[in-house]
Each structure stands twice: as structure tokens, then as C-alpha cells.
Design a protein around this ligand. Structure first.
Ligand code: SF4
Length: 285
């Protein structure tokens, strides 16, 4: 980094985020006790690097305390008030196809491919009349194209034969479609039908929920169950959209931009790149 160039740092008091933080802990045992966990662990920026070695959470710290979860949700709301799914679509069927194609691919890549496919095959019946092999060249660039073609054509056939050509707005029915697991079902239900039946856990939600200590799990279904327990139902849909955007803009898998993150002084992730608070060694992606 060029001399004289310093990364933007949060105020020592956390007042930019309207959060009260305690004074920096000294090295004495007594003061370490006083600065246990949560919002009370801020350190002066200049001492942050050496003071933020990974540690076990302080005694009494509860990462899923309602007030902490509320603060996280508030900050996400301030950061991303109007976000929604980035996959281009004009119907539940198009969103279903786009979500199936987005596995192991980027939304940008999928959005490049889907307008052409929907021009070529405008209805679910058009897809149902295909063989997977016929669709493969059209979805090749999204990766795993053989499986994805099989899933899309299989889902179309089932929607036409069993659901009258209409994508069901019921999670149990959606889960019977080939290639549709909870993540895809929750995307379609939440984004298109505005039904909060669960929480979308994609790679960003997976990573950031662990970093923020909202879960210790690594299995997406278990992460979803943990999030369902601590998030108010009316936030299930928006939370995922906001966290996905945060993962794309700031909280990258590698080298998250912690010095620019509005959640910094309440995030104790063990793999932070910069910290004013105690880092917890097990809280990482
Ligand atoms: S402080 Fe860093 S690790 Fe924590 S949420 Fe922000 S970017 Fe992610």
C-alpha cells in the first residue's frame, strides 16, 4: 500500500453505526472480564491488528441474543433496503429455470443465457417437449449442463403432467420436481410468490451466517433451521437477499473487505481481514 494511504476505519466508539462500545480492554485480568463479548469488545483502530488474534468467545457472549440479531438486521436494512433476486425472470417458471441454472454459476452468467432460451422456448410446454440432450447446447456455458438440462426438462414435464402447466406455490410440491431442493424452492416461493416458507441458504448465506455466528452448522439444511429459529418470519425472504448482496459487494469468501463493512464492530469472524473487536477462531466461512 502506498505510504500515507490508510484504509477507512470505523470510529472507535462505533457511533457511525449508532452502537455503543466499551473502552479498549487493557491486558489486566479484571478488565478482560469487563469487556466480555458482543458489542463491548471494540479496540482502538491502531491496536486492532495485534489485539485481534483469534480467541474463544468471551464467557457470557451470546451471538444469537435477540438484540444482536436485531442489530444485524437493522444494519442490513440500512445497507440494502430494496434488494431482490438478481436473476432475470418474468414468471415463476423462468425463475425456477434460472435458479436451477445458477448452481455453481454466477447470476451474470445465467442472465446472459436465459433470455435466449426463453425466446427459443417461450412456454413450460415447449421445455416439456424437449429431450435433455436438445437443451444441453443452450445451457452449456452455465456449467454442469447435462445435469441441469435433465433437471429443467424433467421439471417441465412434471409441471405439465401433474400441475396443469403451472408452477406450484407449495413447498412440498416444488420439492417433488427434479433438480429442485430447498434452496431453489425457497427462491421461487419467496421471490415470486412472496411466501416465506424457509430461508434461502446459498453460498453467501452459508458463509456469512457462520462468520456472524448465527450458526455453527455447515450443512445448508441445518443452517436454514438455525436461521428460521432466530430470524422473525417477516425477514426470512429479505434477509437472504441482503446477505447475498453483502457477500457479493463486501464479505467475499476470500479477503472480505472488513475495513469497509458496516457490520465490522459486531462481527467476530475468525477470518476477518481487519478487526476492532475480538475475533472468534471458530466463527469462519
Ligand atoms: S466484518 Fe468482514 S467478515 Fe464480518 S461481515 Fe463484514 S466483511 Fe464479513
Amino acid at each position: 500500500m502506498a505510504r500515507g494511504v490508510v484504509p477507512r476505519q470505523p470510529a472507535r466508539t462505533g457511533r457511525q453505526d449508532k452502537v455503543s462500545v466499551a473502552r479498549a480492554p487493557s491486558r489486566t485480568k479484571t478488565s478482560q472480564k469487563k469487556t466480555a463479548g458482543g458489542l463491548k469488545n471494540a479496540l482502538p483502530g491502531s491496536k486492532a491488528k495485534q489485539a485481534s488474534k483469534s480467541a474463544k468467545p468471551s464467557k457470557g457472549y451470546n451471538p444469537i441474543a435477540p438484540e444482536r440479531v436485531t442489530e444485524i438486521l437493522k444494519r442490513l436494512n440500512d445497507l440494502y433496503p430494496d434488494v431482490t433476486c438478481a436473476l432475470t425472470h418474468t414468471s415463476a417458471w423462468e425463475l425456477l429455470v434460472a435458479t436451477i441454472l445458477s448452481a455453481q454459476s454466477t447470476d451474470v452468467n445465467v442472465n446472459r443465457v436465459t433470455p435466449e432460451i426463453f425466446k427459443k422456448y417461450p412456454t413450460v410446454q415447449d421445455f416439456a417437449a424437449l429431450t435433455p440432450e436438445q437443451l444441453e447446447p443452450d445451457v452449456r456455458s452455465t456449467g454442469f449442463f447435462r445435469n441441469k438440462s435433465k433437471s429443467v426438462v424433467g421439471a417441465a414435464k412434471k409441471i405439465v403432467s401433474e400441475f396443469g402447466g403451472i408452477v406450484p406455490d407449495d413447498i412440498e410440491k416444488l420439492l417433488t420436481l427434479p433438480g429442485v431442493a430447498r434452496k431453489t424452492a425457497n427462491v421461487v416461493l419467496g421471490t415470486w410468490f412472496k411466501k416465506a416458507e424457509g430461508v434461502v441458504v446459498d453460498t453467501h448465506v452459508h458463509r456469512i451466517s457462520r462468520r456472524l455466528e448465527l450458526t455453527k452448522e455447515s450443512d445448508p439444511q441445518k443452517i436454514e433451521q438455525d436461521l428460521i429459529k432466530i430470524l422473525p418470519r417477516e425477514r426470512w425472504i429479505l434477509f437472504s437477499h441482503q446477505v447475498i448482496w453483502h457477500g457479493r459487494k463486501i464479505c467475499f469468501a476470500r479477503k472480505p473487505k472488513c475495513a469497509e463493512c458496516a457490520l465490522e464492530n459486531i462481527c467476530h469472524a475468525g477470518d476477518k481481514t481487519w478487526s476492532t473487536v475480538e475475533m472468534h477462531k471458530n466463527a469462519k466461512a
